[in-house]
Design a protein around this ligand. Structure first.
Ligand code: PLP
Length: 287
């Protein structure tokens, strides 16, 4: 099937889509991104992802390329042209094209915008989630502004590769206090030995996951015990359950941490229940 990408105002064939070699995203990772899950051809957690996009851009003083209403139309058009019913839509905004210089271009240049959309086999990912995956730990080595969804992802890419080489689905960064911050592309959660759901608080140096926020609402509505208190790898290994959240992973059970099986090594009942509850809510509220 032909795929189409949006590049700076136009839809072009995916295979021919290109940006200039002096784009500051390419040269300096000077840009941000967002990823929306797509359910039934609609954007999931749309508001939360837009809010984080504007914040990421503002923190880096990159101009908003268009209004939220206009961007919504273009994202939907990317989904429509690529015939995505279940999948992901990716947006990248960089500071634009300018002669290479670390400091910002003066006068400013228009930001560059790239959007792609792809389909996901939801039945296959659901089946995978039911089996659960493993995680490995890696030392936290990222910059101090992980709250910004920057395209500078080299530590995340290296961590994910280390995970893949060890048959794991995710790598969890561990800070110098021995506490898990988050995954290379997801937030980290456990159901601790007391049965309390735990995930790192967002004052820490982590991305404020949109899936994490929606799931917190689901958990509060369900009246389950929750604590935004960090945990160690040893606590995760002694936990009843673990899982990760993100626009890609949704809610995916973790059954092994650094080679140690959690409980009976099966996807946990709480994680599976939360996965179903999250998907049902996201599907209902998708726009
Ligand atoms: N943490 C990191 C480092 C990520 O890259 C991501 C998603 O890409 C997440 C957390 C989860 O964020 P969200 O739920 O908004 O997709």
């Amino acid at each position: 099937m032909s795929r189409f990408a949006y590049v700076n105002g136009q839809f072009v064939r995916h295979g021919e889509a290109a940006v200039h070699i002096e784009d500051r995203g390419y040269q300096l990772a000077d840009g941000v991104y967002e990823v929306w899950a797509v359910f039934d051809g609609k954007l999931v957690d749309a508001e939360g992802h837009f809010a984080r996009l504007w914040r990421s851009l503002d923190e880096l003083r990159i101009a908003h390329p268009m209004s939220e209403a206009a961007l919504t139309l273009v994202l939907r058009e990317a989904v429509r042209r690529n015939k995505v019913r279940e999948g992901l839509v990716y947006l990248q905004v960089t500071r634009g094209v300018a002669r290479r210089d670390h400091a910002f271009p003066n006068p400013a240049v228009p930001p560059s915008v790239v959007i792609t959309a792809k389909s996901i086999d939801r039945a296959a990912t659901n089946a995978k989630a039911e089996k659960g995956g493993s995680v490995i730990s890696v030392p936290e080595n990222r910059w101090g502004r992980c709250d910004i969804k920057s395209i500078g992802l080299l530590p995340n890419a290296l961590a994910k590769q280390a995970a893949r080489e060890r048959g794991a689905v995710e790598a969890w960064f561990v800070d110098d206090m021995g506490l898990v911050t988050e995954g290379a592309s997801s937030n980290a959660w456990i159901v601790d030995a007391e049965g309390t759901l735990r995930t790192r608080d967002t004052n820490a140096n982590i991305l404020r996951g949109v899936t994490r926020s929606t799931l917190l609402e689901v958990i509060r509505e369900a009246g389950l015990p929750i604590s935004e208190k960090p945990f160690t790898i040893a606590e995760a290994q002694a936990a009843k359950e673990a899982f990760i959240t993100g626009a890609g992973s949704l809610v995916t059970p973790i059954v092994q941490v650094d080679g140690v099986k959690l409980g009976d090594g099966q996807a946990g009942p709480v994680a599976m229940k939360l996965r179903r509850a999250y998907i049902a809510r996201a599907r209902e509220k998708a726009v």
